[in-house]
Design a protein around this ligand. Sequence first.
Ligand code: GAL
Length: 433
Amino acid sequence: MNAISRLATVISLASLLPVAAFPVTALAAESKGSVEVVHWWTSGGEKAAVDVLKAQVEKDGFTWKDGAVAGGGGSTAMTVLKSRAVAGNPPGVAQIKGPDIQEWASTGLLDTDILEDVAKAEKWDSLLDKKVSDTVKYEGDYVAVPVNIHRVNWLWINPEVFKKAGITKNPTTLEEFYAAGDKLKAAGFIALAHGGQPWQDSTVFEAVVLSVMGADGYKKALVDLDNKALTGPEMVKALTELKKVATYMDADGKGQDWNLEAAKVINGKAGMQIMGDWAKSEWTAAKKVAGKDYECVAFPGTDKAFTYNIDSLAVFKQKDAGTAAGQQDIAKVVLGENFQKVFSINKGSIPVRNDMLGDMAKYGFDSCAQTAAKDFLTDAKSGGLQPSMAHNMATTLAVQGAFFDVVTNYINDPKADPADAAKKLGAAVQSAK
Ligand code: GAL
């Protein structure tokens, strides 16, 4: 059974349950409607970003019901969302990404009409890159609002720690990365802050795949799911390098949240972290300045590539007119110029609007965001722009789960063999497809 029919089967059970078994919340007299938003933006920096949206929606007269579900990468939030849907009680709006959006839309639970007028009036089709708009459409209709773009293949560096360890240059190759890691260890620092949760392991895995196999190889293996690319010699090499990268990971990082690991780099306990640019939200919340207190560089060997991760908010069908109006308000706010600027500055991302991506300095974005925008536009032309597997952009959640299992087992098994792991990867992915 493929992933779409799997989700559809689960959701269709919902029709057996009484509809709208949930209580209608009493609204404050002046509220135009109440919208619940399920998301996983719960770290200090992420919360600061989502509060920008909440404040605007409330200012517009709607009641924001916060459906935050802790857990980086969102797998807990997705589990909660599925059980809410099965119980016939989906929220008005939920953070859903990539091919998962189409999967949800195919169940009939997403609203294919509610965004139409806003999208036309605000000219979304011309404001957005086709890669972005395709991600949030189902059979030609917008079913989600794209919020921002994250780059995943970053390496975050504390230059003060590098200096103390005697490292004079930011690493641009894997060899230089290992040399820096050795010096950091020798000087008593954690070389690589890393929380050993599956999505974080796979965030590192895909960066290493990109470095070893290039954007073309990455696409074949992690996007097209080509069995030869998944099991071939280049993948074996990538897995060999991954094992070496893992020797620099924080020994106390098992099961640790990404933001707690980011804090170790910010506080000078660790030298580096491989993480998407939501990590910048933590640096920003700690009042640190890009290019001065910290450095963002492409993960070694990946400066000509950009693994993208588009956060988006999907709209679920609702009976209540006030909620529907609230969904439209959220959609309008999110793609507005001011929100795009303030949210992304807090979140560490870059805007989804093409006009803004071309003129980042004007909006006061820092050096990391300016580099990200420039690379996004350049790599879109060169083929270096690829969807992140670890962040739900490349595959369905079922296939992503197969990657997560094999990669995390491989990192944690002291006897693991890269050639054997590549075979397992191919088999697991083929059966999850
Ligand atoms: C990503 C998401 C980001 C950030 C990160 C950590 O998947 O796109 O917005 O929240 O997870 O939770």
